[in-house]
Design a protein around this ligand. Structure first.
Ligand code: BGC
Length: 538
C-alpha cells in the first residue's frame, strides 16, 4: 500500500507551527525576560511536541515599547534577547531537529528610535529623510490640529506633533511611526532585510500588519468618524478604512515572493492580514504573492456548531478560488487565551481541546500559540503590573494576560522560566501561584494531561496527514454537531472528525470506524460527550 508522501508538498502547506512569544517562552540569562538562549535550551521540548515549525515574535533591537513590534534595527538581535550568534546557534539547533524557523517582519512601522526616524526628526520639514515616513502639516489656521481624524489602533489620535509643528502618523503607538511605502527606498530596504535573514537560513516570515503599509492618497478622513476620531456611524466596517488593504500592498508581496523563490528550499511568508471579506483575503494568497495568511475567523467565534461551520465555509471561500492552503488559528499573543474565551474552567478547557483536535484534523496548517499545549487560561494581570501599550494608551483591556511567562517546573514562581530559584528572579509579568498546576513538569507525568493530549494528537496527525486528501466533505449530523471527512489517498484510510458543540451526548458508534483519538468519548458507550471532539479512521 503506498501513501502519498508529505515530501510531495512544500512543508508549510500541512505544518503545525508553534508560536514563540520570545519574551515569555524561556529565560536563559536570568533577567526574568525570555531570550534566544532560552529557546535553544528548550529545543528538545519543542521537538517533543512533534510540531513542524516555530514562529518567533520580534527579537530585533528595539526599545520594547510594543515588546519588539517597534524595531530600531532590523538586522540585529536586541541585547535583551542575546546576539546574532545566539540566533545562529538556535537556528542550527532547530534545523538539526527538523524544525523550520519563521521570523517576524514588521514593515508597516519602525521604532521612533530607528536611525531613519531620528534622521527625519533632525532633518526637518521638506527633507528627504521625512519622505520615508508619513509626515504632514496639521489642520486649522495654525496647523495645530491633526492632519485627519485617524485613530491609533492602541487608542487616541494616530498623529503626534513634532517640535517644528509637523505631524507624523502612527497607526499604533506614538513610538511606532508608519513608514511611507510610496518611497522607493523603503521597498529597497525591506528587500535587503529579507535577504539578510534568508541568507542566515530562516525558512520564512510572518508579516506583521500585512494589510497596512500603504495609505490612501490625500490621507482622507475616515468616513463615520467625527473630526476628533469619535465614532459617528457604528455600522461602518472597521476594515473599510483608508489605511487598510490598499492596492499597493500586492506589488510589495509580489516582489518579496520573487526574492523568496530565488532561495533554495521552500521559503515562505504568512501575512497577518485583517481584511473585511474572503475576496480581499484571497488577493493576498494569489500564486505570486504570499503563501498563506492567518485565518482569524475562529478567534472571535463562540463554541457553537453554526459558528464552526461558518468558519470552515468562509475559509474555503477565501482560499479555494486561488488554490492556497488554509490556515487555522485558535489564539495568539494579541487575544484572550482560548480556554478563557470558551468560558474558562473545565468547560473552557474541554472546548479548547475539542477545537484543537478539530483544527488539527482540517487540511492546511495549524498555528499553535505557546501555552495552548498546557491549556493555560488568561491571567488577570494587576493594573500596576500591566505593560501593554494598548492598556497604557487606554485602547482596550490589554494583552498582558496571554503573555505571562510560561510555567516549566516547580511549585513557585519563576516556575523554571528563569534559571534562578523561587524569589530570586522577578519575571517581567508576574506569574500567578495557580500556574503550579500547569507546569510542563507537572503535565509531563500524566499522559492524559493537556500537554500529553496535544503531543499525541500532533504526532497522530503527522502520521496520517500524508495520506489524507486536502479537501473535506461535511457529514450530516445533529444540528449542534459538526462532522467532516477527509478521504484517504493512494489507499490510505480517511479521517472523520466529529465535534459535539451541543449539551447532550452524541452517538457516534454508527460511524463504525475505529477511534483514533478523542476528547472525550465516554468509555465504551459510543457517545461523544458535549464540548468534545473525536477522530475516527474511515
Ligand atoms: C502584532 C501586535 C503588534 C502590532 C503592531 C500586530 O498585529 O501582532 O502584537 O502590537 O501588530 O506591530
Amino acid at each position: 500500500m503506498t501513501f502519498a508522501s508529505d515530501s510531495r508538498l512544500p512543508w508549510w502547506r500541512n505544518a503545525v507551527c508553534y508560536q514563540i512569544y520570545v519574551r515569555s517562552f524561556a529565560d536563559g540569562d536570568g533577567d526574568g525576560i525570555g531570550d534566544i538562549a532560552g529557546i535553544t535550551s528548550r529545543l528538545d521540548y519543542l521537538e517533543g511536541l512533534n510540531v513542524d515549525a516555530l514562529w518567533l515574535t520580534p527579537f530585533y533591537r528595539s526599545p520594547q515599547a510594543d515588546h519588539g513590534y517597534d524595531v530600531a534595527d532590523y538586522r540585529d538581535v536586541d541585547p535583551l534577547f542575546g546576539t546574532l550568534a545566539d540566533f545562529d546557534e538556535m537556528l542550527a539547533g532547530a534545523h538539526d531537529r527538523g524544525l523550520k524557523v519563521i521570523v517576524d517582519l514588521v514593515p508597516n512601522h519602525t521604532s521612533a528610535e530607528h536611525a531613519w526616524f531620528q534622521e527625519a526628526l533632525a532633518a526637518g520639514r521638506g527633507s528627504r529623510a521625512r519622505d520615508r515616513y508619513k509626515f504632514s502639516d496639521g489642520r486649522g489656521p495654525d496647523g495645530s490640529e491633526p492632519p485627519n481624524n485617524w485613530q491609533s489602533i492602541f487608542g487616541g489620535s494616530a498623529w503626534t506633533r513634532v517640535d517644528d509643528g509637523q505631524w507624523y502618523l502612527h497607526l499604533f503607538d506614538s513610538s511606532q511611526p508608519d513608514l511611507n511605502w510610496d518611497d522607493p527606498e523603503v521597498g529597497d530596504e525591506f528587500e535587503s532585510i529579507l535577504r539578510f535573514w534568508l541568507d542566515r537560513g530562516v525558512d520564512g516570515f510572518r508579516v506583521d500588519v500585512a494589510h497596512g503599509l500603504f495609505k490612501a492618497s490625500g490621507l482622507p478622513d475616515v468616513a463615520g468618524f467625527g473630526p476628533g476620531g469619535e465614532t459617528l456611524d457604528a455600522t461602518m466596517s472597521q476594515w473599510d478604512r483608508p489605511y487598510w488593504d490598499q492596492p499597493g500592498v500586492h506589488d510589495v508581496y509580489r516582489r518579496w515572493r520573487k526574492v523568496l523563490d530565488s532561495y533554495p528550499g521552500d521559503r515562505m511568508m504568512i501575512g497577518e492580514a485583517w481584511v473585511g471579506s474572503p475576496e480581499s483575503m484571497a488577493r493576498y494568497v494569489r500564486p505570486d504573492e504570499m503563501h498563506q495568511v492567518f485565518n482569524f475567523h475562529w478567534l472571535s467565534t463562540p463554541f457553537s456548531a453554526p459558528a464552526l461551520r461558518q468558519v470552515i465555509d468562509e475559509t474555503y471561500a477565501a482560499v479555494g478560488p486561488v488554490g492556497a492552503s488554509p490556515t487555522w488559528v485558535l489564539s495568539n499573543h494579541d487575544v484572550v487565551r482560548t480556554v478563557t474565551h470558551y468560558g474558562g474552567g473545565d468547560l473552557g478547557l474541554s472546548r479548547a481541546k475539542a477545537s484543537m483536535l478539530t483544527m488539527l484534523a482540517l487540511p492546511g496548517s495549524a498555528y499553535v500559540y505557546q501555552g495552548e499545549e498546557l491549556g493555560l487560561p488568561q491571567v488577570d494581570v494587576a493594573p500596576e503590573d500591566r505593560q501593554d501599550p494598548t492598556w497604557l494608551r487606554g485602547g482596550g483591556v490589554g494583552r498582558d494576560g496571554c503573555r505571562v511567562p510560561l510555567p516549566w517546573s516547580g511549585s513557585e514562581p519563576p516556575f523554571g522560566f528563569s534559571p534562578g530559584g523561587p524569589g530570586e528572579v522577578r519575571t517581567w509579568l508576574p506569574q500567578p501561584e495557580w500556574f503550579r498546576e500547569y507546569t510542563v513538569e507537572h503535565q509531563s507525568r500524566d499522559p492524559y494531561s493537556t500537554l500529553g493530549f496535544l503531543r499525541y494528537a500532533v504526532a497522530r496527525r503527522r502520521g496520517l496527514v500524508g495520506g489524507l486528501s486536502g479537501s473535506i466533505e461535511m457529514l450530516e449530523r445533529r444540528d449542534d454537531v459538526v462532522a467532516f471527512r477527509r478521504a484517504g489517498v493512494d489507499g490510505a484510510p480517511g479521517l472523520i472528525c466529529v465535534v459535539n458543540c451541543g449539551t447532550t451526548d452524541h452517538v457516534v458508534d454508527d460511524l463504525g470506524a475505529p477511534v483514533v483519538l478523542s476528547a472525550a468519548l465516554a468509555e465504551g458507550t459510543g457517545q461523544l460527550l458535549p464540548n468534545s471532539a473525536a477522530w475516527f479512521l474511515a
